[in-house]
Design a protein around this ligand. Structure first.
Ligand code: TRP
Length: 376
């Protein structure tokens, strides 16, 4: 769910870099592994621990909802132990300063709670608040080479998208930091889009090398497990202008918007001059995107919706979408509005999540020190 300045350039660059570096065979392996894991979850969710996370760079929108949030809630509700990370240190990997970080962290936590992430079952935390997690970065950095870091295609693409900024040490090494995010809690599954696969591979390499170099506290079991990506389709939903849904383009429908604000954004959506509404993603991408979103919101086939609207034109389509979307998100928005009136509750959820994450991180760091012989 990377959302940064220059998002479009970034997407194209990431797609190119991945095409060059990730062979079809390895992508297919990840896909196969993902469906195996889904089957295992259906049988026994208790053997997994899931970690996911987002950079707190803006408000979450319906693209995030259908691309990843709904899936997290599904896995949580299926009984997978879940941690959700607010990756605040990652914000400064490629920008100057933290911006309105406290508001953004609070807003992200509010979004999580409003979509159904349940703090009784799921740990929501920010990695800047968990010192032992960050300390794992030091031994982990000793396990990777600089050329390995420079080769990471996603880092390269992200750097290219900054258009001439010098590469910060943090941008170069953030995949190692992300390995610390995943390994501090010994997560075994990480739901991500394709752009994050290089970081998952780096994480597995670090876990393996730690074991080879420092050994084990318990001879039967390495300190760190091998984490698997659970590949998600990513956000299929485009913005109201038919390009990627992105805050910087003002084409998003945010979770926090009111029904009226939503209607206004949809009214401005790009369609075409053919009054007959048909689902044709290649020939009519803008119209088809609105149909797909309407389908997701009403749990219907976009083709059936198109048939129903018939020659109702863009106006008819927009009315249908506005109603379907506002209806589907009404309970989420009501919950969000309630949470906004109770900022103390959101702060308490974060405090508790940070506490739980600290307990886990402290235990893992103790094991790491023991494996490394650093107990004095
Ligand atoms: N890099 C991820 C993104 O931009 C966010 C993230 C940080 C993350 N740490 C993570 C995702 C650990 C999964 C696991 O979307």
């Amino acid at each position: 769910m990377t959302e940064q300045a220059g998002t479009d350039a970034l997407d194209v660059a990431i797609a190119d870099a991945l095409a060059a570096s990730t062979s079809d065979a390895s992508l297919r392996r990840s896909e196969q592994r993902s469906s195996q894991i889904e089957e295992q979850i259906a049988r026994d969710p208790s053997v997994f621990r899931m970690l996911t996370g987002d950079r707190p760079t803006g408000h979450l929108h319906v693209g995030h909802y259908f691309g990843s949030l709904a899936n997290r809630v599904r896995l949580q509700d299926a009984g997978v132990e879940t941690l959700v990370l607010i990756a605040d240190y990652q914000v400064i990997a490629d920008r100057d300063g933290t911006g309105p970080i406290a508001e953004r962290v609070h807003s992200l936590a509010t979004d999580y709670l409003s979509v159904g992430i349940d703090p009784a079952r799921t740990t929501i935390f920010a990695h800047s608040q968990v010192p032992a997690l960050n300390q794992l970065m030091l031994p982990f950095l000793s396990l990777v080479s600089d050329s390995e870091l420079y080769r990471n295609p996603t880092v390269k693409a992200e750097h290219d998208a900054t258009e001439g900024r010098p590469m910060s040490g943090l941008l170069l090494t953030y995949p190692v930091h992300q390995a610390a995010d995943i390994l501090f809690c010994k997560a075994t599954i990480v739901p991500v889009g394709k752009d994050q696969l290089p970081h998952l591979e780096q994480t597995r390499v670090i876990a393996r090398r730690f074991d080879e170099r420092y050994g084990r506290v318990d001879p039967a079991r390495p300190v760190f497990p091998q984490a698997d990506a659970l590949l998600s389709a990513g956000s299929l939903v485009l913005g109201m202008d038919g390009t990627k849904m992105s805050k910087s383009k003002g084409n998003t429908i945010e979770l926090r918007m009111t029904a009226d604000e939503t209607a206004k954004v949809i009214r401005k959506a790009v369609t075409d001059s053919n009054r007959m509404i048909t689902y044709d993603p290649v020939g009519r991408p803008e119209v088809s995107n609105l149909l797909m979103l309407a389908g997701l919101c009403s749990d219907r086939d976009p083709v059936a919706i198109a048939d129903e609207i018939g020659d109702g034109g863009g106006g008819g389509l927009k009315r249908y979408l506005t109603e379907a979307l506002n209806e589907m998100f009404a309970p989420i928005r009501a919950r969000r509005a309630e949470l906004e009136r109770d900022p103390g509750h959101v702060a308490a959820v974060l405090r508790e999540g940070n506490e739980r994450a600290n307990a886990i991180a402290d235990a893992t760091l103790a094991e790491v020190r023991e494996a490394m012989g650093m107990v004095y």
